[in-house]
Design a binder for this molecule. Structure first.
Ligand SMILES: Cc1cc2nc3c(=O)[nH]c(=O)nc-3n(C[C@H](O)[C@H](O)[C@H](O)COP(=O)(O)OP(=O)(O)OC[C@H]3O[C@@H](n4cnc5c(N)ncnc54)[C@H](O)[C@@H]3O)c2cc1C
Length: 314
């Protein structure tokens, strides 16, 4: 499949990238590793007039300690990041989710920023234009029906970032530069909760950095997938345990990660935390695994993970 024609632009700074974005009246897209964007363009899911490649913006690739935070440039490659001591020594939940992301070939190309901003996915959406046309365009394509849930008035595509749940448990913040200035906020606030339009962003905003509080936190990540590598998560559970509390986050079962705070002792609080997540989640038949099974696996993975982390922490 060949994508539609576009103009390729490779700016040297964030300012230049923003300026070039402004020239295309919202019809430009940013490119980092391209492992999410390019397949979508080839399927005709995205037809931008311009692609703005951020790879030459050097300031966005660094990982460094900065006061009370570790600053992770959004262009940091997943593979590079998982081998960075600052990450592997301090944030085991993130190290584990990076390791579980796809396969090493994609980790070398994919970036952490692109990972967080990857689009939501559905078995009925991530298909060729020919396939989608024969089925009738769904809500996420600007149509009037959901092909996964007949009669539904909202979209149920899943946000399948492996690393977002881990970063939520680490209370990460995200920093954006945009046409109207810069802002920084909790990662959880990035999400609209709508599968067809998952991010609460202004047009043209660039994710520049991810800030993770600079303290060593025990943790881990468990992923449900059909094959041992390459596959997107069909469910992802992250847990990080601070000195006085823990955070559990569940991903790939809706439009955003679902995060809950657990008070000590974490194992006792797990039942309540999982129930809180399950009450918010509605899995539907839009992946290769049965929806009821994916939901049933939430407590299974959470229990396994918390036990492992708690035992390791003692
Ligand atoms: C076969 C296959 C398997 C995969 N498996 C997994 C998996 O197991 N787990 C997983 O989490 N992901 C998986 N992915 C998705 C993808 O490879 C990763 O999420 C990767 O980290 C995306 O990063 P990228 O740099 O390639 O993003 P890109 O494709 O460059 O960008 C993704 C999106 O973010 C936007 N964007 C990128 N950078 C910025 C920025 N700095 N500011 C604003 N917008 C930006 C782009 O416009 C695009 O919409 C898979 C992909 C494929 C093709």
């Amino acid at each position: 499949m060949i994508s539609s024609e576009f103009k390729y632009i490779c700016p040297k700074s964030i300012e230049e990238a923003l300026e070039r974005f402004g020239e295309f009246q919202g019809e430009a897209v940013y490119l980092s590793g391209g492992t999410d964007l390019v397949p979508r363009m080839k399927l005709g899911l995205k037809k931008p007039r311009a692609v703005i490649d951020l790879k030459d913006v050097a300031s966005m690739s660094t990982v460094a300690e900065e006061g009370d935070y570790i600053r992770i440039g959004s262009l940091a490659q997943l593979f590079q990041l998982k081998q960075t001591d600052l990450v592997s020594n301090r944030f085991p939940a993130l190290a584990a989710s990076l390791e579980a992301t796809s396969c090493e070939t994609l980790q070398v190309r994919g970036t952490i920023g692109g990972n967080l901003l990857q689009n939501t996915r559905c078995l009925f959406y991530n298909q060729s234009e020919f396939w989608r046309r024969s089925k009738g365009f769904c809500l996420k394509m600007g149509g009037e029906k959901c092909n996964a849930v007949p009669g539904a008035k909202k979209c149920f595509a899943n946000y399948t970032s492996d690393n977002a749940p881990a970063l939520c448990t680490l209370q990460a913040e995200v920093a954006f530069a945009g046409p109207n200035g810069s802002r920084r906020f909790k990662l959880e606030s990035l999400y609209t909760g709508r599968s067809d339009d998952p991010f609460d962003l202004e047009p043209g905003e660039i994710l520049t950095d991810i800030f993770v509080p600079n303290k060593t936190v025990a943790g881990g990540y468990e992923k449900l997938r059909v094959r041992g590598a390459v596959d997107y998560p069909l469910l992802g559970v992250a847990f990080s345990r601070g000195s006085d509390s823990g955070r559990l986050a569940v991903g790939a079962v809706g439009p955003r990660p679902y995060t809950v705070e657990l008070n000590e002792p974490a194992q006792d609080a797990m039942g309540e935390a999982v129930a809180t997540v399950i009450n918010q989640v509605k899995t539907v038949e839009n992946t290769v695994l049965e929806s009821a099974y994916r939901k049933r696996m939430i407590p299974v993975l959470a229990e396994r993970l918390i036990k492992k982390v708690m035992e390791g922490a003692e």
